[in-house]
Structures are given as structure tokens and as C-alpha cells.
Design a protein around this ligand. Structure first.
Ligand SMILES: NC(=O)c1ccc[n+]([C@@H]2O[C@H](COP(=O)([O-])OP(=O)(O)OC[C@H]3O[C@@H](n4cnc5c(N)ncnc54)[C@H](OP(=O)(O)O)[C@@H]3O)[C@@H](O)[C@H]2O)c1
Length: 206
């Protein structure tokens, strides 16, 4: 699977490295266009969207709708891995309503694409193999989306790069996953806990 990553900040850089290490073909999209100093194939968002099977959103939620609207035709039938969290500029929660979420808003805006929420509860600082094991358990990567086949591909991808994947249902679960991220940020930043922290979901198998 060829994966495009839109954005090359904290999350984009980490995911690009993890995907490439796991053998995926990676292309990075930059709003400034191609950049030969980056160790991956690069291009504009449009060039990436036309050339890949799936994209991972590593740009601010507040920018993502405007960006994606311009790519809707290129992304029809493809997977959009939504890492975003709805945040204000000071990282406080941008509340979208009890029955809404960034994931659902993006899915509604691009109905021809398969939006799969993933990675939004994982800090960029722990998106590296050396940080994935937490006291004997892998970090949980919560995944949500409507299309079963697309979600299965993302669950496999998540496992391939070293997280413990967990299917959390359809895209409405993005409401809860985004709230988890808000809590994660609150503990890490205003409460001072730091970003070397992660959720591990332990499910007893009977
Ligand atoms: N950081 C985390 O721990 C973390 C964890 C989970 C999820 N997330 C989510 O992942 C996404 C990326 O976060 P990040 O921490 O990687 O952010 P970041 O380090 O600030 O990088 C943001 C990226 O988005 C691009 N960008 C910024 N504004 C844009 C706009 N208006 N239009 C197009 N591109 C724009 C930036 O491009 P330039 O370089 O050109 O400015 C940069 O490549 C966010 O949605 C965030 O909520 C973050």
C-alpha cells in the first residue's frame, strides 16, 4: 500500500519513518510543494493525493477541511487516516458538539472516501519503536471507521508499525477518541505530566 502523509511536522515525520520501516511506500505532501531535502518522495498535497492508495492527515484539523475539499475527487474510493484532533490554538479542546467529531465532519465532507480515525490518541513523542512498549504492553492504537475493508487495512497497518490495534467501531467513535486525546493533552500539558505517556487498553480474553 502506498501511503501519502499530508504534513511533515511532529506527527508526519514520525509516521513517515514508522511506515517506511515497516516496508510501506511513503510519499510526503507539503503545502510548499516538493522538497528534495526530505528523505522521502515529496510533492504538493494534490500530487500526493493522486499517487497514493491512502493518505494520513498530519495537519491541523482546522486546516484539514479546506485542504481536503480540493482533493475530494483524487481521494474518492481511497482511505483517509484521520490523526487530527479538534483543538484551539492553545491546544484546548475545540468542541464540535456532543453528536459530532472531527472524524465525522471529515467523513461527511468527503463521502466518497473511507475516513478511518487512528493515532489521534498517541503523542508524536511516543510514535517511535523505542517508546511503544509501556510496562510490558504495547501502546493501544484505537481505530474507528465505517468501511470494514478500509478499517481492516488500517488495523493491519497499525499493527505493522508496532502498536496494538483496537477496533472501536464506526466513525461515531471518533467523538470518544477525540475526547480521550483532549484528556491526554490536559494531563500532559496544563497538568504537567509530559508527552512521554500513552493509553494501554487491557482486555481480558476469556
Ligand atoms: N503532536 C502530537 O503529539 C499529536 C498526536 C496525535 C495527533 N496529532 C494531530 O496531528 C496533526 C498534526 O499535528 P503535529 O503535532 O504534527 O503538528 P505540527 O508539528 O505543527 O505540524 C503541522 C503540519 O501541518 C502543516 N500545516 C499547518 N497549517 C497548515 C495549513 N493551514 N494548511 C496546510 N498545512 C498546514 C504544517 O506545514 P508547515 O511546515 O508548512 O507549516 C506542518 O507540516 C494535528 O491535527 C494534531 O491534532 C498531534
Amino acid at each position: 500500500m502506498k501511503i501519502g502523509i499530508l504534513g511533515y511536522g511532529s506527527v508526519g515525520q514520525k509516521l513517515a519513518a514508522l511506515f517506511a520501516d515497516a516496508g510501506y511506500d511513503v510519499m510526503v505532501g507539503l503545502r510548499s510543494g516538493a522538497d528534495s531535502s526530505i528523505g522521502f518522495a515529496t510533492g504538493s498535497f494534490k500530487e500526493v493525493a493522486t499517487q497514493v492508495d491512502a493518505i494520513a492527515l498530519a495537519i491541523p484539523y482546522q486546516a484539514s477541511l479546506a485542504v481536503l475539499q480540493t482533493l475530494a475527487a483524487d481521494l474518492a474510493g481511497k482511505i483517509i487516516i484521520d490523526n487530527t484532533n479538534p483543538l484551539n490554538d492553545d491546544w484546548s479542546p475545540l468542541l464540535l458538539g456532543q453528536e459530532n467529531s472531527a472524524g465525522e465532519t471529515i467523513q461527511n465532507a468527503l463521502p466518497q472516501s473511507h475516513v478511518i480515525k487512528a493515532f489521534n490518541t498517541i503523542f508524536a513523542d511516543v510514535m517511535q519503536k523505542s517508546a511503544h512498549m509501556r510496562n510490558g504492553s504495547l501502546i493501544t492504537a484505537f481505530v474507528a471507521g465505517n468501511d470494514a475493508a478500509a478499517k481492516a487495512r488500517v488495523l493491519k497497518l497499525v499493527g505493522d508499525i508496532g502498536f496494538a490495534p483496537l477496533d472501536t467501531g464506526d466513525i461515531t467513535s471518533a467523538r470518544y477518541l477525540e475526547a480521550m486525546a483532549h484528556l491526554n493533552i490536559r494531563i500532559a500539558v496544563p497538568l504537567g505530566g509530559g508527552t512521554n505517556a500513552a493509553f494501554v487498553y487491557h482486555q481480558q480474553q476469556s
